[in-house]
Design a protein around this ligand. Structure first.
Ligand SMILES: Cc1cc2nc3c(=O)[nH]c(=O)nc-3n(C[C@H](O)[C@H](O)[C@H](O)COP(=O)(O)O)c2cc1C
Length: 352
């Protein structure tokens, strides 16, 4: 019988409370996004990909990605790189930062990453990919997961060759986004490959790609036998999509709920990134939150023009005054107990 989306499952000894995983997304998966995802039903959340070279060189901004708070667990932190010893060292840092799972990116199609030998490039270099997996699995005691695309070229089936070898090298779970790197985000995710991968390995497989509704999540789980689905773009500015997928809650959020959730997200993000970085990072989120017919279009355009996030908050509260009470509830729940890496001055963590 097919597993329920609300049922827990395990990645080795890490219990994942629901079968929905929030996708790692560069430029999106900040701590505020991950915390929000957990609150709305994601069983596991992931950081965006973190450069192993950045960790090695103690790059200030990179280390900022390693901030972990108690309400994120279980949490995977994703690293990318192409050199086994450096990846192993980065994995140790990730474990020390408090991640429950170390995830490796073998799928990023962006040239800036593939030209360094990392990301999707490794799908065509299986021996090196396995040496990296082995080095990382041996370096940490938390489980190792690997996230892959199907291959580099359209129609490639490289993931089916590589998947079992990665498991033999120590991967405790695999996530497959069955598009080719060439495809970027065009076409569709071919989950017949996910079903084939599930047959080939004896570790849990997570299905990523085009899951935006409960109906789709159930269909993908049923067709593939995967242990969980991953949700990416569908959750951007829309944590209520996670509720719909996990719990079947179909009620649309009120304007007040949307405004409260967005203001909370803005404040958390500014705390994390600082006002300057935060305010440009946040602009894309305004459209994501306020779309879906929730607020009139000109209102969104007005927000994007504003200089400071405090002005954005003022506008939102004026448009939805009832949001203030909901916001107070959200803010009361923030634990504020990040684990800071030992021996590193707090100033290393860019922003607030
Ligand atoms: C803006 C954006 C950034 C992404 N960044 C990452 C990343 O850092 N690491 C990764 O493994 N996948 C990344 N992905 C891929 C997603 O994790 C996911 O596999 C893909 O979007 C398909 O799922 P979806 O259809 O639910 O969006 C990114 C996707 C998007 C849209």
């Amino acid at each position: 019988m097919q597993a329920s989306l609300q049922e827990s499952w395990w990645i080795r000894d890490v219990e994942i409370p629901t079968r929905v995983v929030l996708a790692p997304m560069a430029g999106v998966s900040v701590q505020a996004f991950r915390r929000q995802g957990r609150r709305h039903g994601a069983g596991l959340v992931c950081s965006e990909m973190v450069s192993c070279a950045g960790i090695e060189h103690r790059n200030e901004r990179t280390l900022g990605y390693l901030r972990v708070s108690s309400d994120e667990h279980p949490l995977a932190i994703q690293i990318f790189g192409s050199e086994p010893a450096a990846m192993a060292e980065a994995a140790r840092m990730v474990e020390a930062a408090g991640a429950d799972i170390v995830d490796m990116n073998f799928g990023c199609p962006v040239r800036k990453v593939t030209k360094t030998g990392a990301g999707a490039h490794l799908l065509e270099h299986p021996d090196l990919a396995c040496r990296i997996a082995e080095a990382v699995a041996n370096a940490v005691s938390v489980p190792l997961s690997v996230k892959m695309r199907r291959g580099v070229e359209d129609g490639s089936r490289a993931c089916l060759e590589l998947g079992p070898r990665l498991v033999a090298a120590g991967a405790a779970t695999l996530t497959l986004h069955p598009r080719s790197a060439k495809q970027m985000y065009t076409g569709y995710a071919d989950h017949t490959l996910t079903a084939e991968l599930v047959e080939l390995v004896d570790v849990p497989v997570i299905a990523s790609g085009d899951v935006t509704s409960r109906a789709r999540a159930e269909a993908v789980l049923a067709a593939t036998g995967a242990s969980a689905v991953m949700v990416g773009r569908g959750a951007q500015g829309n944590p209520w999509a996670l509720r719909e997928i996990v719990f079947g809650e179909t009620e649309q959020p009120s304007r007040e709920e949307v405004a409260a959730e967005l203001i909370h997200f803005i404040r958390e993000t500014v705390r994390e990134l600082g006002e300057r970085r935060g305010s440009s990072f946040l602009k894309k989120f305004y459209g994501w939150y306020l779309g879906h017919g929730r607020f009139p279009k000109p209102f969104k355009n007005e927000l994007v023009q504003l200089d400071s996030t405090e002005e954005v908050v003022t506008h939102l509260l004026a448009a939805a005054p009832g949001a203030a009470d909901l916001l107070a509830e959200l803010e009361a729940d923030v634990p504020g107990d990040e684990i800071l890496l030992e021996g590193m001055p707090i100033s290393l963590y860019g922003g607030g």
